[in-house]
Structures are given as C-alpha cells and as structure tokens.
Design a protein around this ligand. Structure first.
Ligand code: FAD
Length: 322
C-alpha cells in the first residue's frame, strides 16, 4: 500500500472552487489521523488560485494543463485523472459531490475498478479505516460506509465540510503539459444567469414553491434574495410548471444544497425536496398549513401567508441594513 491520498480540485473559469478547498481540508484532517501523504491535482488551462490550496493543508499540487481543457470533458478528465492516480500511487481519492464530481467519480470508479462512497457528509477513522457517513432513502436515514477495495473514492457534499482558517501557506505547483487528450465528450458552453448566485454554492437560499401561486409572484422571492445577498431556489413543482428554471431546483432530482440559511416559502416539504436541503444549517419555513412536513425540519417556522409575510421581511431587513 502506498499510503497516498489525492484530492481532485475542480476549477471553473480559472478558479478552484470553494468545495474543493473543503475537500482539501477534510483530506488533510484524515491524512493527519492515518499518517498518509497528501497530493492534489487540477485539470484545466490557466488557473489563478492554485497556490491557495496550501492554505487548507496540501503543499504538493499538480496542474495538468491543456488549452482545450478550459471546460470539463468526461473522457479527457477520466483518462488524465486515472493515469495520474496510477503515477502517484494514490489509494484514497477525494472529489466534491458537485455536478462535475457526480459525473466524473463513477467513471473513475469503473476505470480503477474500486469502491466508491458518494455524497459523504462526515468522515471518521475507526480502527485505521475511513468510515464515511452518507444519507440514504432521500435523506430519511444515514448510513456508515466502509470501502473494502484497495483503492477508495469518496465524494464530499459541498458546504458541509469546513475549510477551516486559511493558514497563509502557499502550495508548490508542478505543471504537466499534456498534448494528446480524448475529447470524445466535452462541455462546450456553460450558461449562467447574469449576476445570479448558483444555488449549489450559495450561503443563503430563498426558495419558493407552489404556494407562491404563479411565476408573476416570484419577484417577492427575488427581492428577498437580493436584500439578503442570497440565491433563489425552487421546488420541482414550480420548475415543472415552467415558473422557474431547472437550475434553481432543489431536491432529489435537482441540486443538493447545504447553505447556512435556507428559507422555504410556500413549499410543503415533500421527501424529495427535503432530500436536497435538509442538511442546511438553519431552515426557516413559511407556510399557511401548520401540518406542512417542512415544519418537521425547520429551525424556525412561521404559520402564515407568504404574501403578507415576505413583504414585511423585506421591509425589516432593509431597515436593519440601513
Ligand atoms: P406543494 O406540495 O403543492 O406545496 C405548496 C405549499 O404551499 C403547501 O404546503 C401549502 O400549504 C403552501 N401554501 C399555499 N399557499 C400559501 C400561502 N399563500 N402562504 C404560505 N403557504 C402557502 N420536488 C422537489 O422540490 N425537488 C425535487 O428534486 C423533486 N424530485 C422528485 C423526484 C421524484 C421521483 C418525484 C416522484 C417527485 C419529486 N419532487 C421533487 C416532487 C415532490 O414530491 C413535490 O411534489 C414537490 O416538492 C412539491 O412542491 P411544492 O412544495 O412547491 O408544492
């Protein structure tokens, strides 16, 4: 056994994502407990913040560079990462459970013929082995997972693991220029709503459901989100109805989120919705039905009409901010 851990760093628009720094910190905590050596790798063209990885505990970072890899490619990333894992002889591989991580990790798992635990929300060491905890049954229960294959892949839910306090240490970067890459599949364009915060990365989310009665009332959700500096989210019911874009959908078939604050407004709290948001640190629900299931997971609940309460919230928050 080689006793090496590798963290895959995800970049978008020349920046390594915060969720990757969370994975770096989680991996460095694990490495300290089991005495493994730590490595990180990023694939892409120009990347601006590679040295920051040192802040969170990894000093050796490899940048696999190619000008055609500005955007993600399943085929190229799988080839390059699998080969890098073999080169450095890593036994434990961490990725973030982002859209990219959810696509890449299973491909890698098949390529390396190893076990995988996805969407982990905690990692512990028991008898020298990593025990990962992850939700099952749409978040209704948690399961402890031990991977028994020699190589092991873990994907970590974003916003659950802390990055800790940046240490101010810079990492040492090795650039590996790669010429021949397999672009059998690649992302050609990423469309993002102008100026909007991505619900999967937001620290505060204001989400609206069918209780908002129609797309014309989502200006209330947007205004509240704006005063809070939040992202807007939605239940599937309103996405299916065409009131909101799919990129905002939270839940089992949407995005999994773990913000510091989640406001569920006119959302009943179906199990499939809660699968995507119940690990939020603080949940506030407004619903006129006191029996709505969302109140079972809410830290604060207001039984009332969203059309009366949201304008008052906006007004009060504006006053506080002045
Ligand atoms: P409803 O369930 O209709 O709830 C509306 C709520 O608004 C009610 O609780 C009502 O009391 C309240 N309300 C009404 N008027 C007001 C008012 N004026 N003021 C305050 N409250 C009011 N759903 C998701 O969200 N995400 C998913 O990813 C997802 N994936 C799914 C996958 C599968 C396989 C299936 C079968 C379903 C999935 N669903 C998902 C759908 C899910 O089961 C629910 O149908 C959906 O979440 C309901 O959305 P909602 O809460 O907006 O609507």
């Amino acid at each position: 056994m080689a006793n090496n851990i590798l963290v895959f760093l995800e970049q978008r628009n020349k920046q390594i994502k915060k969720s990757s720094f969370e994975a770096v910190k989680a991996a460095s905590d694990i490495a300290a407990k089991i005495g493994f050596e730590l490595f990180a790798v990023v694939i892409g063209d120009e990347i601006n913040n590679i040295e920051d990885v040192g802040n969170y505990g990894i000093l050796k970072v490899t940048h696999i560079k190619n000008s055609q890899l500005h955007n993600y490619s399943t085929s190229a990333y799988t080839d390059l990462l699998a080969s890098h894992i073999k080169d450095i002889d890593a036994d434990i591989i961490f990725l973030s459970n982002t859209s990219l991580g959810k696509d890449l990790a299973p491909h890698l798992c098949v390529r390396l013929d190893c076990g995988i635990s996805t969407d982990c929300i905690s990692l512990n060491i028991v008898n020298g082995e990593i025990i990962a905890q992850r939700p099952i049954y749409a978040g209704k229960a948690l399961i402890d997972v031990k991977i028994t294959s020699p190589k092991k892949i873990f994907t970590l839910r974003p916003n659950v693991f802390s990055t800790g306090v940046p240490s101010g240490t810079k990492s040492e970067v090795t650039i590996v220029n790669t010429e021949s890459i397999n672009l059998a599949s690649k992302v050609t364009e990423i469309k993002k709503s102008d100026g909007k915060i991505d619900v999967a990365e937001a620290d505060i989310i204001v989400a609206g459901g069918r209780g908002m009665k129609g797309p014309e009332h989502f200006n209330l959700i947007e205004e509240l989100a704006q005063v809070l500096g939040a992202a807007t989210g939605a239940s599937r019911a309103v996405v299916d109805a065409g009131w909101r874009p799919h990129g905002e959908q939270v839940g089992q078939t949407g995005k999994t989120v773990s913000p510091t604050l989640y406001l569920a407004l006119g959302i009943s709290g179906a199990i499939q919705h809660m699968a995507g948001m119940r690990s939020s640190k603080c949940i506030v629900a407004i619903n006129k039905d006191k029996e709505a299931p969302i109140f079972q997971v809410a830290d604060y609940g207001i039984i009332g009409d969203v059309f009366e309460i949201i304008p008052k919230l906006i007004e009060e928050i504006k006053k506080i901010k002045q």
